[in-house]
Every structure is written in structure tokens, then in C-alpha cells.
Write a protein that binds this ligand. Structure first.
Ligand code: EPU
Length: 437
């Protein structure tokens, strides 16, 4: 459904200053459901204040857990008296991470049901969860799936050796969440190594799980019979961090991202240096400066510690503006270049052929109206808008609000001219946007 608001950016202004990075969306989306593994109270801090986390809070409340929002970033979850195992569609219609309820509820109660997940359309067909289901079956569960609902059930889970065909983040975390209560030892081979996999394992261990090897190819989980509550602080968001680093580069500015883990940013820091930015790492911050013309570079996305697919639209947008031709190859998703049609509306010279996009470089984006076709595509539109000569209006901004906390406010604090505008607050008849000048 079309969103009744636009982000309006008058670009061409270098960004300067410091920006505080929030907790990681994709870690939070696993850790909030993971709290249901505990027969106790969890206090989770540094949660991003975004729509996806709000949806999860509603979902866990609907199961009978008691949630207290202590402040914008801190949620207390008491999962001692869960009474239901089925999540309703209304709570999680737009978020893919609802699949984590399968693993955690299967582990603790032997039964779970979720609506077939939503989220960004990044594959040509549906985004598959066959590795998750195979993992649950290997642990002894029966599974059922149609276009509306997914159900998993087991009288008893027993540890197993599970090999993933490719290192899926979601499957690694989901199988890990089910296996914490499985009898005996489970190993996940070819596991994903992303920072949020490690963060989720650390959280589960805080509650009493026995997980070793998270962050390596092989994760080993020894089942336990009881998990209690605990306090936990979510890691900073690697992708939000990267988006602001690229914003500094694309506007020719000087921005320091704060409250971050520089190690998580190594693939991007290296790439930004390669295109000609000055990148200085501190203990918990990174400063990105532009001191001369930027040049082309090729990018290939990969699993961690490779270049994150979730920064691919943003880096491609930057590469449109630098001197020279670049090629960006997407290896994780087979349909993550849809946003390039929107960039072309702003003047980008970019050709997509299958999983590769070639940019011609030296583009100055113009004003225009574009859509956020998904979350990171929306971030790419914001970056193009910040660099554009003219007014860029972005529709479908609910995608952005799912994943970036207070982004207009944060960009404004760095000197951007960016606003969220309700359609009927703008000049023009019947709630229509006025034509572009
Ligand atoms: N895949 C399968 N079968 C499966 C699982 C995955 O074929 O059972 C395929 C997918 O279709 C995809 C690839 O494997 O082509 C990678 O999928 P993965 O499972 O690693 O991704 P995910 O768990 O669905 C998470 C993030 C994504 C991020 C990817 C890759 C969450 C909630 N989502 O998705 O984040 O792009 O890992 O790092 O953690 C975003 O934040 O914008 C976003 C899309």
C-alpha cells in the first residue's frame, strides 16, 4: 500500500559532524524472540527504536509474555507465562524475522506456528526458508508450510549434525535457537559468521545456553534443560553505520560514526579507502573524510567478513558519482538491483545484467520522485538525494522506517536538508504532490 508521506531532500550539501549509531536491527530481530527461550525475565538494552522491533514486541505480547518498555532502547521481557504458540498475521505481516519464533518456541515448547514471512523482496521467487526447516527436521520436528502459515512440532528434540548448503544467517540463528533445548549435542556446519549470529549466541549463553563456536564455520550447541533470564546489550548496527559512512563519502563531507565496532566495518572501510576517502578508526568510532576526487572500484558482496549485501545499494549509489566505471556483483540475493530503476530516474547511468551492475561514474543526481522499493533501496535513495542537485522526493518510506531509527533527525544534525512531509501538508490539490519544478 502506498505510504501517505514522503521524504523530501534538497541535496548537494556536504555532511559534517558526529552521529550516534543505534543497536543492530538484525541482532535485535533475533534477540527479542530469543528472550522467549528463558523461563525468566530478560532486560535487553540498546534496541533500535524502529517499526520491526515494535512489531516483534506486539507479537511476543500476543503470546502471553509481559513486555515493559523501560525506555526507548530498553525492553524488559518476562516470558515465564507464555500461553500461546501461534503468532497472528497482523503482528508480523511485514517482517521476515518472524521466522525466529519457530526456532525459539519449538525449542522451549515443542510447538510453533507463524504466518509465512514477509520482508524485503530480494529474490526472484519467494525468499526460501528450506534450510531452517531441514534443520528443524534433523532435530526431530515435523514441519508444515503453505503460502499462509508455517508450523513445526516435536515431542522431543534430539541433537544432530546439520550442514547448511550455504551460510544462511536466518537458518543458523533459527536452528541454534531450537537446538539450545535439544537433548545432546547439535553441530551446525557451514554456519553464518555475521556479527548478529555471534550476538544472538552470546545472548542465549547469557540465559544459560551452551553454544560454542559462533563466529566460526562450525557452531556446537550442547542442549540444556532450563534457561533463566538475564540482562543484555545489543551490538551496534553495522548497516546503519555503513550507511552514514557512505553518506559522508557521497556528499564530500567529514562524518564520525560513534558507538560502533570498527572491526565489523572492515570491508567497507577498505572499500572507502580504495575509492579515495580518508578513513580513521578509533576504538569505538570511525571518521570518514573526503579530501579529493573519488575514483571507481569494483565490489562483490559476500558473507561476513565479506562486503555486506545490505550495503550494496548504498555503495552502488556512491559508485555512480565517482570518476570512472565500476562493477558491483551481488552474490547473496538474486534480485537486489530493483532500486537501480529508481536511481536512473535521478540520472544514474547504470546497467544491470543478472547479478552484476555496471556504473558509468561521474553522475550528478538530479531532482525527482522515487520509491523506496525495499529497506536498503530506500537508504540508497536517501544517499542519492543527499548528493543531488535538486529536490528528491522518496515515496514508500515505511520500508525505511522499518530499519533506520530517526534517520531524518540524524541527517539533519549533520547538516542535511531533509524532511518527512505528509502528502496533504504539501501544496497541490486533493492531497496530490505538487509537480516538480
Ligand atoms: N536461502 C535459502 N534457503 C534458506 C535460507 C536462505 O535458499 O533456507 C537463501 C536466500 O534466499 C538468500 C540467501 O540464502 O538468497 C541468504 O539468505 P540468509 O538466510 O542469509 O538471509 P536472511 O536470514 O533471510 C538476513 C538479514 C538480511 C540480510 C541477510 C544476508 C535479518 C532479519 N535479515 O536475512 O537483512 O540481507 O541476512 O546477510 O537478519 C536487511 O537488513 O535489509 C536485510 C535484508
Amino acid at each position: 500500500m502506498e505510504q501517505e508521506a514522503r521524504i523530501v531532500i534538497n541535496g548537494g550539501k556536504p555532511l559534517f559532524g558526529k552521529v550516534h549509531i543505534n543497536g543492530a536491527k538484525n541482532a535485535a530481530l533475533a534477540i527479542v524472540p530469543a528472550a522467549l527461550a528463558a523461563n525468566g525475565v530478560c532486560v535487553i538494552d540498546n534496541l533500535p527504536d524502529i517499526e520491526d522491533v515494535n512489531s516483534l514486541r506486539k507479537a511476543i505480547t500476543s503470546l502471553g509474555a509481559v513486555c515493559v518498555q523501560r525506555d526507548a532502547a530498553t525492553l524488559e521481557i518476562d516470558a515465564r507465562n507464555i500461553t500461546r504458540y501461534a503468532i497472528g498475521k497482523e503482528a508480523v505481516a511485514h517482517i521476515r524475522a518472524s521466522y525466529y519464533f519457530l526456532g525459539v518456541l519449538l525449542g522451549r515448547f515443542g510447538k510453533a506456528e507463524v504466518p509465512t514471512p514477509g520482508g524485503c523482496d530480494l529474490n526472484v521467487g519467494p525468499r526460501m526458508i528450506d534450510y531452517h526447516m531441514r534443520g528443524f527436521k534433523a532435530l526431530g520436528a515435523t514441519t508444515y508450510q503453505d503460502e499462509h502459515v508455517i508450523r513445526v512440532e516435536a515431542d522431543k528434540l534430539i541433537g544432530a549434525d546439520i550442514h547448511l548448503d550455504s551460510p544462511s544467517v536466518g537458518a543458523t540463528i533459527n536452528i541454534m535457537m531450537a537446538a539450545v533445548y535439544a537433548e545432546g549435542v547439535t553441530t551446525i556446519d557451514n554456519a553464518a559468521k555475521e556479527p548478529h549470529v555471534v550476538d544472538t549466541a552470546n545472548f542465549l549463553n547469557r540465559l544459560g545456553a551452551k553454544i560454542k563456536g559462533a563466529g566460526t564455520d562450525t557452531i556446537r550447541i550442547t542442549g540444556v534443560t532450563e534457561m533463566t533470564g538475564g540482562d543484555y546489550t545489543v551490538i551496534p548496527d553495522q548497516i546503519e553505520t555503513g550507511t552514514y559512512m557512505i553518506a559522508a563519502a557521497i556528499t564530500g563531507g567529514d562524518v564520525t560514526v560513534e558507538n560502533i565496532i570498527p572491526k565489523h566495518m572492515e570491508s567497507l572501510s577498505a572499500k572507502l579507502r580504495d575509492v579515495g576517502c580518508t578513513v580513521d578508526e578509533g576504538l569505538e568510532n570511525i571518521r570518514v573524510r573526503v579530501q579529493g576526487p573519488l575514483k571507481s572500484s569494483n565490489v562483490r558482496t559476500g558473507v561476513y567478513p565479506g562486503f555486506p549485501t545490505d550495503l550494496q545499494p548504498q555503495i552502488t549509489t556512491l559508485l555512480c558519482t565517482v570518476q570512472g566505471k565500476s562493477t558491483v556483483t551481488e552474490t547473496i540475493f538474486d534480485n537486489r538491483f530493483l532500486y537501480t530503476h529508481e536511481l536512473q530516474k535521478l540520472g544514474a547511468k547504470i546497467n544491470v545484467n543478472g547479478r552484476a551492475a555496471k556504473t558509468c561514474g561521474s553522475c550528478t543526481f538530479t531532482g525527482g520522485e522515487v520509491r523506496a522499493v525495499d529497506l536498503r533501496a530506500g537508504a540508497a535513495m536517501v544517499l542519492a538525494g543527499l548528493a543531488a542537485q535538486g529536490e528528491v522526493r522518496i515515496a514508500n518510506i515505511h520500508h525505511l522506517e522499518r530499519g533506520y531509527e530517526r534517520f531524518e533527525e540524524k541527517f539533519r544534525a549533520l547538516g542535511a536538508d531533509i524532511q518527512r512531509v505528509e502528502i496533504n501538508a504539501m501544496p497541490g490539490a486533493d492531497g496530490e504532490l505538487r509537480p516538480l519544478v
